[in-house]
Every structure is written in structure tokens, then in C-alpha cells.
Design a binder for this molecule. Structure first.
Ligand SMILES: [Zn+2]
Length: 350
């Protein structure tokens, strides 16, 4: 056939064969990764998971700038050295609320503290700042008809001033036993000025699966390192008008770890991603239908507490269903993956 072709057709056929050979060769090399497309896909997965429920968590972890470097400073916070420098009360005050039969909100507008009541005393989760823990926690418990003297355990999700702020005070005044992750206990010991007035004595070093039991109620502790190396999350059961309801409590959210360079950022994001998977599994295994956090930004506690007042015979505003609780951990995992991909792209371009 080729012999009968005119010269131009022969040339075209040859070029075509060469082109096919070149394509075959190109296909044997690994395709270049499109990092930007992968990042967009991870962010889209997070947006889809967030729906309307978890916009605060989505924005915080996918779209707002992240702190990225290591904080090795050890200075006394200005609100500790000079209490008059604390933020104005109007910026943080919130009314306490009875949220479930045996779970009370004693936090502020932005940061949360939760009291799980039992017939042998109170398990308190997170303690807000030194400057507002007395009014919000002690004052809030009293307003709700509870006695702060009954606080037996204080669980600190992680050693940042917005959660550990009242732990030393509650331990000193009431002899409450404080539980925290090992690495976060070490942080408190390493930065005596940063934690001035916020340094409880080391009582309980939390381990994965540890159970804190009081008066028939049990909080199971899960190690979820990432936000800080010792971050804790929890699962426990509360009662809603007598009906048991399972709670997943997510103890650390924003990307506060070192993440401004591929090493150790990629590894640190992996730790965070693995923790979201771990906690998602525990939430599923315990049948959690409620997602709680220590910031209203992430679980809408401040607004939901006000919605509770108008609940009537309707559904509990905190009860989202098991699928929605899973989606919370998908938001955090996918946003962390997007940020991790950005570092992988940076590493690949070197
Ligand atoms: Zn924090």
C-alpha cells in the first residue's frame, strides 16, 4: 500500500507513526501531579461535608491564615500580670445553660466549659481563661443551682490559655483532680511564665481509651494529637429528658502546630489527619449524635444554648445525627489534607 502512495501521504503516515511512538513513550513516565487540582478537590470535599452546620470549622481550617511557626516564648500574659488588661466583660460574658439533663454549659461567648453532673460530683471539661473562669464557671454553676465544691475532675483538652486558664484555681480551691495529655503537661512545666496562674499540679496523665468514671458516668479519653501534641478528645453519654444521647467532644481544631515548612509540616498534618480518623472512628463506634467542642466557633454552642430556650417539644438543637457528626471529622481531615498538599507541592518544586 505504501509503495502506491504519493510522497506527501507517505510523509504524513511516517509522522503519524512517530507521533504514536512518542505518545507511548510519554505514557510510560509518571504523570506530573496537579497539586492545585488536588488541593481544590480536598477543599471541595470539606465544603460538602460542612454543609451549613460546620461553617465555622470549615472557614477556620480551610480558608483563614494559619499560625505556622513554633512558639518558644515564655512571657507572662498581660492579663495575668495586669488583670485590668483583660478583655472587656461584654466581649466574653455568656449566660450559663442547662444543655442536657446532666450536662451544663458554663463557658463564654467564644470559649466553652462543660459540667457533666453525677450523683458523686462534677466532671468539668475545659476551664477558659484565668480572667473569666471564676465568674463563668464558679458563678455559672451557682446560677444553675450547682456547687463548684463538687467538681471532682477537671479534664483539659489541651494546654492553651483559653482552656487551661481556670485549672490551677479549681484544683487549689476544691482539690479537683486534673487530667491532661503527657506532652501538654510537659509544655506547662517548660514554660513557667506563659502558664503563670495556669499551672495545675500533675494529677492524671491521660492515655488512649482511659476511662474517667464518677457516680455511674464515664468519660472515655482519646488521644488526638495535632492541635497540640497532647490534645485530648472525649466520648461520653448524656441524658436528654431521660433518653441516653452519645457525645463526641473534639478537643483541638486549628492548625497551631509548626506547619510553615514541608519538614516537619507534612508530618504534623499527618498526625492531625490520623487523629481526625481516630476520633471519627470512636464517634461512630459509640453512636455519637452530638458534636461538642471547646469553641462556639466550631459547635455553635452559644447560639444553640439560646435556641434551647425555645425548643418546646422539638428536636434538641445539639442533636445532629451520627452522619453529621462524622462529617465534622471529614471537614477537619480534608482541610488538613489540603494544607498538607500545599506543602507537598512546595517540596516537589525544590
Ligand atoms: Zn488551642
Amino acid at each position: 500500500m505504501i509503495e502506491s502512495m504519493p510522497p506527501t501521504a507517505l510523509r504524513t503516515a511516517t509522522v503519524f507513526v512517530v507521533a504514536i511512538a512518542a505518545t507511548a513513550f510519554a505514557q510510560q513516565r509518571p504523570a506530573a501531579r496537579n497539586f492545585d487540582a488536588e488541593i481544590r478537590a480536598a477543599q471541595q470535599a470539606a465544603k460538602t461535608a460542612a454543609g451549613d452546620e460546620f461553617l465555622g470549622s470549615l472557614v477556620r481550617t480551610c480558608f483563614l491564615p494559619q499560625s505556622g511557626g513554633e512558639n518558644t516564648s515564655d512571657t507572662v500574659p498581660n492579663y495575668v500580670s495586669n488583670p485590668a488588661a483583660a478583655p472587656a466583660r461584654a466581649t466574653w460574658f455568656a449566660e450559663p445553660a442547662k444543655v442536657f439533663d446532666n450536662l451544663y454549659f458554663v463557658g463564654g461567648k467564644v470559649h466553652s466549659s462543660w459540667a457533666l453532673t453525677t450523683n458523686e460530683g462534677i466532671i468539668l471539661i475545659d476551664t477558659i481563661f484565668p480572667y473569666n473562669s471564676e465568674e463563668l464557671i464558679e458563678g455559672g454553676l451557682r446560677k444553675l443551682g450547682l456547687d463548684p465544691k463538687n467538681i471532682k475532675y477537671v479534664l483539659i483538652s489541651h494546654a492553651h490559655a483559653d482552656h487551661i486558664g481556670g485549672a490551677e484555681m479549681l484544683q487549689t480551691r476544691y482539690g479537683a483532680k486534673v487530667a491532661m495529655g503527657a506532652a501538654d503537661w510537659d509544655s506547662v512545666a517548660s514554660y513557667p511564665n506563659r502558664y503563670k496562674s495556669m499551672a495545675p499540679k500533675r494529677n492524671i496523665v491521660a492515655t488512649d481509651g482511659m476511662k474517667i468514671t464518677l457516680g455511674g458516668s464515664t468519660v472515655t479519653v482519646w488521644l488526638t494529637p495535632g492541635h497540640t501534641p497532647g490534645t485530648l478528645s472525649y466520648t461520653f453519654t448524656v441524658l436528654d429528658r431521660g433518653k441516653p444521647v452519645n457525645v463526641a467532644y473534639s478537643g483541638g481544631t486549628a492548625f497551631n502546630f509548626v506547619n510553615n515548612t514541608p519538614d516537619p509540616g507534612i508530618r504534623n498534618f499527618q498526625t492531625y489527619i490520623d487523629s481526625q480518623r481516630h476520633m471519627g472512628e470512636k464517634a461512630a463506634a459509640t453512636g455519637a449524635t452530638v458534636l461538642l467542642s471547646n469553641h462556639s466557633e466550631f459547635d455553635n454552642a452559644y447560639n444553640k444554648n439560646r435556641m434551647l430556650a425555645g425548643r418546646g417539644d422539638g428536636p434538641h438543637p445539639y442533636e445532629l445525627g451520627a452522619d453529621m457528626v462524622q462529617r465534622y471529622f471529614q471537614v477537619l481531615g480534608n482541610c488538613a489534607r489540603a494544607a498538607q498538599l500545599a506543602l507537598e507541592k512546595q517540596a516537589a518544586s525544590r
